[in-house]
Every structure is written in C-alpha cells, then in structure tokens.
Design a binder for this molecule. Structure first.
Ligand code: CDP
Ligand code: CDP
Length: 221
C-alpha cells in the first residue's frame, strides 16, 4: 500500500523593514524544525551580482538579462534554503548600504519577480518552510493557511536598525516596496497582522507559534 505524501507546509511572514521578519522567521523555524527562507537575501544577491558585474540596476532590460544568465541555484544547509551563485552564498556582501540602495530597483523588475517566484516555490522541495519577504502571502504562496504580517511604528523600526549600527532611510525603501506595480508589499488576504512595536521578539514568535499550533491542533511546544 502506498501512503500519499502530504504537501509541505509554508508559513508566510511579510512586512516592512525591521518589523522583525528575519528574527521571528528564524525563531519560528527553529522551534517547529522547519527550514528558514529569507527571500530578501535572494533579491539582495541579485543586486550584489549586478553591482559586481557593472550592470546598471536602473536598466530593467540589463537586470532581466543578468537574472536569466546567472548561475544561481538553491542549496539547503544549516536549517536554511539559500540561493547560491556559482556555489557561493555572499552572506556579508549582501548587507552593505550599496546593496540596500540597489535592491529596490532589481526587485521592481517584473521579469525578476517571475524568476524569483519560480525559484522560491521550488524551495518547498526541501520540506516545510518558514518563508519571509514582502509578497509571500500575496503572491508566492497565496494558498498558505499560515500568513503573518509583521509591523511596528517607523520610529521603533528605525531605532532597531540604529541599534544594529545601520542608518538607512527605511521609510523611503518601504515606500518603493509598497508602491511598485508588480507584487507590492501589502497585507495578504487572511493574514494575521501583528504590530510588535511594544513587544519583544520572543513574545512575537510565541504569538505566531500559538496561532500555528491552534490551527494545526497540535499540543503546545
Ligand atoms: O533590510 P530588510 O531586512 O528590511 O530587507 P530584506 O528583507 O533583506 O529585503 C530587501 C529588499 O528586497 C526589500 O526592500 C524589497 O525591495 C526586496 N524584496 C522583495 O521585493 N520581495 C521579497 N519577497 C523580499 C524582498
Ligand atoms: O527582517 P526584518 O527587516 O523585518 O527585521 P529583522 O532584521 O529581524 O530586525 C528586527 C530587529 O528588531 C532585530 O534586531 C530584532 O532583535 C528586533 N526586534 C524584533 O525583531 N521583534 C521585536 N518584537 C522587537 C525587536
């Protein structure tokens, strides 16, 4: 007798910059023993690749060509599914202010988003996922039963980044992400909105875990 394999579960976490997506996605993935996927890192990697190869990030056609050509593949290691280029994951390089400034441009290119959607959906081949980004609940896995939209006041988000030593105009990047024509940042239908301005990351993760467990009807962890 053959038993039918169940579909992988995808927990979708979206929200603006410094709303706690990465921190909480990592925590939730660890507790549930799911794989963590940082889709922002994938767009950052393309931004880094363009800068490194002298490709103008404002030239949509050139960025589209680069995205078609680059040797980027998925790799599952250390509890994460990552996009690697020629086998290399540029962990440090994608966090520079130059890449932060470039990434919104490459992320607004429709063909890039098509490519990213395909590769991000392929992540489910590795198992159950906690995937964070801007359009996971709206566009990448709209069929997910587990959608969360994290938010916090702009003053609090700016303070969080400053505490990490990063000074960036978050409002400007958020505005670009929310106003672009293709899959802008927005609250997905059925998403649970968690404003964590007054919460710790542990409290936020606990809220998400409790909600997931209640829906899966599993015993509390
Ligand atoms: O710095 P922060 O953690 O806020 O951003 P990130 O998650 O690393 O994402 C960097 C940029 O990638 C965002 O500002 C978006 O322009 C883009 N992005 C996107 O368009 N869609 C996603 N699913 C994830 C990121
Ligand atoms: O991924 P995203 O840009 O949404 O946020 P992050 O990189 O996880 O950064 C959020 C920062 O706020 C981290 O330094 C967290 O420790 C902190 N934080 C949080 O994630 N959640 C809270 N409820 C409070 C603080």
């Amino acid at each position: 007798m053959t038993t039918k394999k169940r579909q992988p579960i995808v927990i979708a976490i979206d929200g603006p910059s410094a709303s706690g997506k990465s921190t909480n996605a990592r925590m939730v993935a660890k507790i549930l023993n799911y794989l963590h996927v940082d889709t922002g890192a994938m767009y950052r990697t393309l931004g880094w690749y363009c800068l490194k190869n002298g490709i103008d990030v404002n030239d949509s056609l050139a960025v589209t060509k680069a995205c078609r050509r680059w040797k980027a593949t998925l790799q599952s290691s250390e509890g994460q599914v990552r996009l690697v280029v020629d086998g290399y994951y540029p962990a440090q390089e994608i966090r520079t202010s130059e890449v932060s400034a470039a990434v919104v441009h490459v992320a607004a290119v429709p063909k890039v988003r098509e490519w990213m959607k395909r590769i991000q959906r392929e992540c489910a081949q590795f198992g159950d996922l906690v995937m964070e980004g801007r359009d996971i609940g709206t566009n990448i896995f709209p069929e997910s039963d587990f959608k969360y939209y994290l938010d916090a006041k702009i003053e609090e988000r700016t303070r969080r980044r400053a505490a990490e030593g990063v000074t960036e105009n978050l409002e400007a990047r958020d505005r670009r992400d929310s106003q672009r024509a293709t899959s802008p940042l927005m609250i997905a239908l059925g998403a649970r909105v968690i404003n964590n301005s007054e919460m710790t990351a542990e409290q936020t993760s606990r809220l998400i875990i409790e909600d997931i467990e209640a829906r899966l009807k599993l015993p509390r962890s």
